[in-house]
Write a protein that binds this ligand. Structure first.
Ligand SMILES: [Zn+2]
Length: 616
């Protein structure tokens, strides 16, 4: 054979090998919650230019999306929801045609744009709807300062498409930059590099050089001030809230340092938190570089800061290595709860972590019971099938707590040292990439577990089976054991509240206590309230658990405080169980509906969609 021909063959095979690898590199599993044709042509970068209009409650402007066209596709399909698309231009300002497909209540509409195989940038001019599901527009009265309006976004799971036309699946990652124009007395912040003070002209520019998924696109605009909490961390809050917030979150910098020791370098440079008004629907949202947080964690005693450890931990699990589809959501949340506990243990000690873990198990068992009772046993698997459903349905304690207990099981079988070094390598090897359940298990089997260990863990039962496997660890907490005996005595009518030794009780003791109470009646409700002043508590977690008993036992004394709570706080984790309990009797349901009439306008769509269902 001619040596030149041989050389040609070698070149040809190398080339074929490369294209094959490239295909494998970019190929993503099908995403049932996105219309986007990301395996043909994919967004790699976005440049947003938007004007914030507090009169109309809209964002108006354009997004330039840069694309990689793998298959010479002639159409770019994006996700959109309630967007008005004015025009679409290709590279050199040439206008192109587009169509918006049928509307689905959950998924919105596919935006199909005609492109050329050579197209590099597509510019979409659009306006959001005043009802855009991701965006919550607050009137000045709904803020603490009462003077300025406020806006925040919540894009997870599939709401980014209601404010930016995009490929709205977690597997697609892109970098972005943005220019946001707003009122000159407000500051705009994004999940990107942020300034720390207001501009005179109200124009803010942003850059995010690390690739992120669309659900991590975030924007907030309001009267916010900044204070540093350490080397690369700080807090933004309404001015009246700033000092309290900084005091509450004083452990933030040590959390970052501990997390880095555990899982390797923090990839996002700064870690800041913005404390939002109380209508924020979640505890926190791990928007890269800038966690969005509920003010309900500012309890005045630093007792609820585990939430910050959680959001920070997402800087590795979720933001760095991302669930490829929402069916793999447990990879995101299970890891994060596991990390959260590790960070808390490192900073606050083992007994503190043990309390959190035991409380977590209680929540998981209750969730599993409920799901099985409702006939949704499949939703107790770690790997979910959410096809055709709102991915929000998968946002239960199963992903969070069962995920965590699975990883804890792995840790207990292989030992902490080996597990930690596996995790460090796992994050290093997979950073800025999507991960799915199947590949993660392969990773575990190839890089960590012996066949015997694999058998001892029984991965299949955890990931693809219902409920909590028999080999789950049983959490132990000496601190909570003390509470357990008080609960037993109280439940058996052996003692009244004034005889309970509450010395050293923290928020976590109280939560465990409240969750263990049974057979209450009006006398005991009064007894508990007189002694422990639960109705007046400023701690939202304690308030929520107490109000559950108030509803179940028709303790009317607390209903005015309950009504205030439901109107003030928009965090879905509190609202859903309270309204669900109210809906159990016609009288309470009518009362709940009345409160809801006032409260609903203060809730984000994520919350009111859930509550609409509960009260219908
Ligand atoms: Zn989380």
């Amino acid at each position: 054979m001619n040596k030149y021909f041989l050389f040609f063959l070698v070149l040809l095979f190398t080339f074929l090998g490369c294209t094959n690898n490239q295909k494998n590199d970019h190929f993503l599993n099908e995403d049932a919650h996105s219309y986007a044709n990301f395996n043909d042509v994919r967004i790699t970068h976005m440049n947003l230019s938007l004007t914030v209009d507090f009169q109309k409650n809209t964002l108006d402007g354009k997004v330039d999306v840069s694309v990689d066209n793998y298959t010479n596709a002639k159409q770019l399909i994006l996700d959109s929801k309630d967007l008005t698309i004015h025009k679409v231009l290709l590279d050199n300002g040439v206008e192109t045609s587009f169509t918006l497909g049928d509307i689905s209540e959950i998924f919105g509409q596919p935006l199909t744009i005609n492109i050329k195989p050579s197209t590099k940038v597509v510019s979409i001019y659009y306006t959001t709807s005043p009802d855009a599901e991701a965006l919550q527009w607050l009137t000045p009265e709904q803020t603490l300062g009462k003077e300025h309006p406020f806006l925040f976004s919540q894009s997870q799971a599939i709401l980014a498409r209601s404010w930016v036309p995009c490929q709205d699946g977690p597997g697609v990652k892109f970098t972005y930059e943005a220019t946001i124009k707003t009122d000159s007395n407000l500051i705009a912040l994004m999940s990107a590099e942020n300034g720390t003070s207001k501009n005179n002209d109200g124009v803010y520019t942003f850059k995010m050089d690390q690739p992120i998924s669309s659900y991590l696109l975030a924007l907030t605009v309001g009267d916010l001030a900044f204070a540093s909490t350490g080397r690369n961390s700080g807090v933004y809050a309404e001015p009246a809230m700033l000092e309290k917030s900084v005091w509450e979150l004083n452990a933030m910098q040590s959390m970052i340092d501990s997390a880095e020791q555990l899982y390797g370098p923090y990839a996002w440079e700064r870690y800041d938190v913005v404390i939002l008004p109380p209508s924020f629907p979640f505890g926190g949202m791990e928007n890269p570089r800038l966690t969005f947080a509920t003010p309900t964690i500012i309890a005045g005693d630093r007792s609820l800061v585990a939430l910050i450890a959680h959001e920070l931990a997402h800087s590795w699990s979720g933001n760095l290595v991302t669930n490829e589809t929402w069916n793999d959501f447990w990879l995101n949340e299970g890891f994060t709860v596991y990390f959260e506990q590790r960070i808390m243990e490192k900073i606050f000690g083992k007994p503190y972590e043990e309390m959190l873990t035991k409380l977590g198990m209680g929540e998981l068992e209750a969730t599993i019971d409920d799901l099985i009772k409702e006939g949704n046993s499949d939703d107790t698997h770690l790997y979910l099938n959410l096809d055709g459903r709102n991915p929000d349905d998968g946002l239960t304690d199963v992903a969070y707590e069962k995920g965590r207990f699975f990883l804890q099981k792995v840790e207990s079988v292989v030992g902490r040292q080996r597990f930690d070094s596996f995790l460090k390598n796992y994050f290093k090897a997979n950073k800025f990439k999507p991960m799915n359940t199947e590949r993660f298990i392969r990773n575990l089997n190839n890089h960590l577990l012996t066949p015997e260990e694999e058998q001892a863990i029984n991965i299949n039962a955890w990931v693809y089976g219902p409920g909590l496997p028999d080999n789950a660890l049983i959490p132990y907490s000496e601190e909570l054991d003390r509470v357990e005996s008080a609960i037993a005595q109280y439940n058996n009518n052996q003692i009244m509240a004034n005889k309970i030794d509450i010395s050293g009780y923290t928020t976590h003791h109280w939560l465990y206590f409240l969750r263990g109470l049974k057979n209450l009646d009006s006398i005991k409700m009064r007894d508990l309230d007189d002694n422990f002043k639960f109705t007046q508590t400023g701690n939202s977690e304690i308030a929520c658990d107490w109000f559950k008993h108030c509803i179940d036992n028709q303790y009317d004394v607390a209903f005015p405080a309950l009504s205030d709570f439901l109107i003030r706080v928009g965090r879905r984790k509190f609202l859903t169980p309270l309204y669900t309990r109210l809906a159990k009797t016609p009288q309470n349901k009518a009362w709940g509906k009345e409160v809801y009439q006032t409260a609903r306008k203060g809730y984000h769509s994520v919350s009111y969609h859930s509550i609409d269902e509960v009260l219908k």
